[in-house]
Design a protein around this ligand. Sequence first.
Ligand SMILES: [Zn+2]
Length: 622
Amino acid sequence: MSHRVVECVPNFSEGRDLARIKVITDAIASVPGIRLLDVDPGADTNRTVVTFVGAPDQVVEAAFQGVKTAAQVLDMGSHHGAHPRMGATDVCPFVPVEGITLEECAELARRLGERVGRELELPVYLYEHAASCPERRNLAVVRKGEYEGLAEKLKDPQWAPDFGPARFDPRAGALITGAREFLVAYNITLNSRDKAHATDIAFELREKGRVARRGQTSAFYSSGKELRYAEGCFPCGNCGFDAATFGELEAHCRDQHGYELRHLLSLNDIDASRGVAGQKAYKAGLFTFCKAIGWYVDTYKRAQLSINLTNYKVTPPQAVLEATRRMAAERGLVVTGSEIVGLVPFQALLAAGRFYLKQQGKSPFIPVPDVLENAVFSMGLADVAPFEIDKKVLGLPRRLEQSLVGMTCADLADEVSRDTPAPGGGSIAALAGALGAGLASMVANLAQGRTRTAQDEEAVLLAAEQGQRLKDQLILAVDDDTNAFNAYMEARRLPQGNAAEKAEREGRMQDGLKLAVEVPWATASACLGVMRAADLAMASGNPASITDAMVGVQMGFAGLRGGIWNVLINLKDITDPAFNADMRDRCARLLADAQVLLERALAYGDGKLAAMLEPKPRKEKA
Ligand SMILES: [Zn+2]
């Protein structure tokens, strides 16, 4: 069953009255399944940033409760603060963490906006990835005029709200909601107390870049002389080229360095359309979606690069760290480690661990805890403060304690043998598949780095990757199978006093049964993948591991057969003939594919094995 996590970061226009803030956060935390991660009130800004996570539906509900409560307890008419704002809930972004896309988060923002407009009758604007038109993407543009200008803004047809009435609510103002990527706050620590050392590298990294210089007399960039644009001479900040016109320089930056000069200048508050002669020249930084400065941290007695990564999928922390390590070495400095401020999404840390495993010539497709540990060691994440994976990583795969798969093998065998119907064949089928997947990955990982051809190398890495993914999926299915009937059992407990209630109960029971069929079907389908991965590992892997791969294929087949049997037996109580016919058809096709693969793979393996056992002809002694 898929694991989906969304983060929501509403900003409320109250940063001083902690009692009122608590009323709002209590309303958010009262929604089941919501984890309140952070409440950060600011007295100067008179604003509180709240961070919480949960499953998509629960997060939308909690966001609505927060917006509703803020509209009741806050009064924008008397609000003053140093931060621009437009409403009691000023801005409410949804952020993908695990198992959900940015586009799906934009849909959550639209759902919240629609409900706030309808039930609370407040005007709602959508921004960033949820924006209804390009002009509304930028938050600063949407919020222009702020609360004080909102009454006028709502009269302008250009600024009709996306949801709710175009009517000014003096107490609550307007809500701005949308979707954005997760922000990773990341610090890199140097073996120096000099803030200038950190700043020098930070300016090389950040998208905004720095004032361009040439003629450095030391490794530090600031030892060069500042460049300015002049009529007839427009120097490039990223190389020694001088253009005769601004247009020529723009084309050069685009073609040679891959950036838009006008965009770079606008990040530095220069409007190129007004002419740039006389202005300082700029050098673009290495990374987009990257903000960075240098600072000194007294607690650590070290200078740090303080970095915000606004899209870790494009600019991941490990890329920024490796660039920093290289530039530090050029300057006689050492990176002692790095630090995640707040939390990091599971996928970000997983990608970092896999990146370093590849660098080390190891298979990146080893068990997830080992990959995460490699990321922590490679990035030096525990350098200045402890890094506990369960506390720092958001969206970790479901915890396995307190479950069948948390037991020892002996305890699980005992549990199966007791006179209770569960765990039964469905869980054991999933376990068989998981063990087969483990073997496929093992055979592939033993071969990786030692294969004869690039094609074999690609094949074993694919087998390792699929083996890991299917193993993790099937391990969860061991417990899911035992819980598959929960929805059906809940429906059975519904009242059956009259005909309408009986029909409702019967409908929900049928839905529950169909849901229960999904679990063994998913096991059976995944097990065909296990067989394929083991087959691939057998063909490209080390001959010494051939019997391991054969066991993998056979275990995958046992899991597949078991999954199909469990699908079929669950169909007997389902009264939808079209559903049953379709399911039987899908099972038959899956089984046919599996039987062909099984016969071929085992014939190949047995053939290799027989050749190995054949007595080798002895050399005649002369
Ligand atoms: Zn250049």
